[in-house]
Write a protein that binds this ligand. Structure first.
Ligand code: ZN
Ligand code: FE
Ligand code: FE
Ligand code: ZN
Length: 277
């Protein structure tokens, strides 16, 4: 019989559904290292979601090539031994205008458990890349947020992704807009996301950045919960020690917003699980 008084014995962290590998050229550690890290923080499941290849040459500096993709799958498969923590295969796929033909042809035919959708570029500006931080000085910040969310809207309408990652990414370096403007931009978008049946990730990497806040903000999280949009958790780990980063805090944040459950995926089918106590 399980010892119900022993809290630590049955308190598990929710699964980390946002983990990279060195194939993206800016992460360290083998998949086995990430899994060992997950085990050490009492996590029952983790999902690798490295940056998807893109044969057009888009952002080649930060992703595997299409020829490397089979070795990514093999790398993840090689640590799927049926033991704990369970290992899932996913991907973080970028949306940008023009990505549609490849994504439509390729994504649905891969053996993924979960597909994260992200927007990292506005036109040819990688707005969350520290190397391009200076560009922020010469743009209209509110206009950038508006453009960003219109790209996310196109991502949603493609119906190719399961989870939206780092939903309010333009805040990364502290470029915020007023709550009223933010609400006006995100509410119609969240309505579409709810209708599409997608989830939004609580991405704890924001706590490691200048903005010092998880993605999305508590304000957005509340608007999500009002619409019944499910959540997943992701550390956006680019090093094994990031696995499960600040997940206790993220669970508390979800609870404060009124969430009692998170979503899991397997072969792109979702189910709901209660949040850990
Ligand atoms: Zn990355
Ligand atoms: Fe990303
Ligand atoms: Fe990522
Ligand atoms: Zn990311």
């Amino acid at each position: 019989m399980p010892d119900l008084n022993n809290k630590t014995a049955d308190t598990e962290l929710p699964p980390d559904y946002h983990i990279h590998t060195p194939l993206c050229k800016h992460a360290t550690g083998t998949p086995a290292d990430y899994r060992a890290a997950a085990r050490s923080v009492r996590m029952g499941e983790l999902c690798f979601t490295d940056h998807a290849p893109d044969p057009s040459g888009y952002d080649l500096k930060h992703r595997m090539t299409i020829l490397q993709f089979p070795s990514y799958v093999l790398m993840v498969r090689s640590i799927q031994d049926g033991g704990s923590p369970r290992v899932l295969l996913g991907i973080e796929a970028d949306y940008y205008p023009g990505a549609e033909p490849f994504l439509r042809d390729w994504l649905p035919h891969q053996p993924f458990d979960v597909v994260l959708g992200s927007v990292h570029y506005i036109n040819d500006w990688g707005f969350d890349n520290p190397d391009n931080l200076y560009v922020w000085d010469s743009v209209d910040v509110k206009g950038v947020w508006r453009q960003y969310f219109s790209l996310v809207r196109s991502l949603v309408e493609l119906r190719l992704f399961d989870v939206i990652t780092h939903f309010d990414l333009p805040k990364k370096f502290g470029h915020r807009i007023r709550d009223t403007d933010l609400k006006e931009m995100v509410q119609p978008l969240l309505d579409r996301i709810a209708k599409a049946g997608m989830a939004i990730e609580i991405n704890t990497s924001g706590w490691r950045r200048k903005v010092a806040e998880a993605y999305p903000s508590p304000l957005i999280l509340n608007l999500m919960r009002e619409r019944g949009i499910p959540i997943t958790f992701g550390s956006d780990a680019h090093a094994p020690e990031d696995v499960g980063y600040a997940f206790d805090k993220a669970v508390a944040l979800a609870r404060e917003a009124g969430y009692g459950h998170f979503r899991r995926y397997c072969a792109r089918q979702s189910s709901l699980c209660p949040l850990p106590a």
